[in-house]
Design a binder for this molecule. Structure first.
Ligand code: DQA
Length: 148
């Protein structure tokens, strides 16, 4: 059994009500429930974390390393475009990760086109709505399967 950690950055607690033209109408809690079931059905554990604070996300990544988390799925939200510190936490712990965005960041404002994470990520999924989390988990489970 492996452990996958899903990390969600600032304002993603508002998914479902926040700017539905970009983010759809699915609440974050529904995505969590669905992903936990997919992981459990595959015999793995899925941990879920959301924070609006950069340092809390960084601390969660540090603890993930100590807990032996095998894979991270991260939607860094606005920190995607600003946070070298969060990038460094992933780099320092060397946990493989997939970057997810609900909206298509390349079809939006220019400041969203840069990601501090994408060059380090196994892959990036964006613009596919809440389903992006599920597709990322399927890819993570495939990779975990390959290494076990
Ligand atoms: C986001 C895209 C970011 O640009 C934005 O700041 C978010 C959410 C997405 O999931 O589409 O908060 O990461």
């Amino acid at each position: 059994m492996a452990t996958v950690l899903v990390l969600n950055g600032p304002n993603l607690n508002l998914l479902g009500s926040r700017e539905p033209r970009y983010y759809g109408k699915t609440p974050l809690a529904n995505i969590e429930t669905k992903l936990k079931k997919i992981a459990a059905d595959a015999g793995h554990e899925l941990l879920w974390y959301q924070s609006n604070a950069e340092h809390e996300l960084i601390n969660r990544i540090h603890s993930a390393h100590n807990e032996g988390v095998a894979f991270v799925i991260i939607n860094p939200a606005a920190f995607t475009h600003t946070s070298i510190a969060l990038r460094d936490a992933l780099s320092a712990t060397a946990i493989p990760f997939i970057e997810v965005h609900v909206s298509n960041i390349y079809a939006r404002e220019a400041f969203r086109h840069n990601s501090y994470f994408s060059d380090m990520a196994i892959g990036q999924i964006c613009g596919l709505g809440a389903g992006g989390y599920e597709y990322a988990l399927l890819a993570a489970l495939e990779r975990i399967g390959d290494t076990q």
